[in-house]
Design a protein around this ligand. Structure first.
Ligand code: SER
Length: 323
């Protein structure tokens, strides 16, 4: 892993993974690829960047060759709620794009490909509490179907084609740097913007919706640790459960309220996102990740809330464009 391409580098995870990888592997060795030219300024200034539409195979080959890429973190993805509304673009990015990345990896002899999966890869028939790593996976969303496709394809490329593909099933990711776009778990990010700006948030999920979540530093840790893990110890490849914390909207609201006493939450349910959330598990059994590569999250809900409030308050107080 010397020359790393990150797709989806302008996204919620990519915008934080790129700086971390650059710190570890050197600025010049991590190429940030976004669909548009909308990469954050710090990413554009610190190292190489390129535009890339992952649905066009030739563009992937061109970037791999131009930069001598040996490893890809493939983060481009249309999140769950948007995918339901824009099926065609979701198919192109989440399924065609992923297939193109895997084929390009084989044809160009890449060393490693990391593709995140999601709790979206589970469905209404999946056991919801401490969901086992191996279980029923019959998602009823396009996003979830694309994630199961990614897991199965990733494992197929490992076993049939000798390509080293790895991935973790991420829960809802909470972060302050870049806002997610149209996911189902995003209330847990939006609530902080509401709390800091208006001391108020209207939640689109019902109060009893219990979902697994993770703070961004742990998501970055999981992606880097699984990528760097000793391959000889891995029995799983593209489908590791990773767990950190689980809560309902009122649990999170109470934690915020204990720090910002004027904060209030109310509810106006979005049936689309509620149905998606209802099909996802409450928590995951991540013992495979713990035993095969030492996964151990650092942030619980309280530590996350403290860090989010501090950093997001600072970010929102800073003049526009100051980073
Ligand atoms: N955060 C994602 C979503 O809500 C789940 O992987 O779509």
């Amino acid at each position: 892993m010397q020359r790393i391409l990150v797709t989806g580098a302008a996204g919620q995870i990519g915008s934080e993974l790129v700086p971390e990888l650059r710190q570890r592997y050197g600025n010049a060795n991590v190429i940030a690829a976004g669909h548009h030219t909308s990469l954050p300024a710090d990413i554009r200034q610190a190292g190489p960047c390129t535009t890339l539409d992952v649905s066009v195979r030739a563009q992937i080959d061109r970037v791999i060759k131009a930069y001598g890429i040996d490893t890809i973190y493939h983060l481009s993805s249309i999140l769950s709620a948007l995918a339901e509304q824009r099926r065609q673009v979701a198919y192109r990015v989440n399924i065609q794009g992923l297939y193109n990345i895997l084929e390009a990896a084989v044809d160009n002899g890449l060393e490693r490909v990391i593709i995140p999966s999601s709790i979206g890869a589970f469905g209404p028939d999946t056991p919801g509490d401490r969901t086992p790593n191996e279980t029923i996976q019959k998602p009823n969303t396009l996003y979830g179907i694309s994630k199961v496709f990614g897991e199965l394809m990733g494992n197929y490329y490992v076993h049939q084609l000798g390509c080293d593909v790895r991935g973790v099933r991420l829960p809802g990711i909470i972060s302050w740097k870049t806002e997610p776009t149209a996911g189902t778990t995003d209330y847990a990010v939006a609530i902080f913007y509401g709390a800091i700006r208006q001391r108020h948030y209207t939640c689109y999920l019902k109060p009893d919706t219990f979902l697994p979540m993770m703070y961004m530093p742990d998501a970055i840790l999981a992606l880097i640790q699984v990528a760097e893990a000793d391959g000889k110890r891995l029995h799983h490849h593209a489908d590791f459960n990773v767990n950190a914390m689980s809560f309902t909207p009122p649990d999170l609201a109470n934690a915020i309220q204990s720090r910002l006493p004027e904060f209030r939450i109310d509810y106006r349910i979005d049936p689309l996102r509620q149905a998606i959330a209802d099909s996802w598990p409450n928590s995951l059994d991540d013992s495979a990740a713990r035993s095969e590569w030492g996964w151990q999250p650092e942030f619980d809900m309280d530590a996350m809330v403290d860090d989010m409030l501090e950093n997001l308050t600072r970010k929102l107080a800073a003049p526009e464009g100051s980073g």
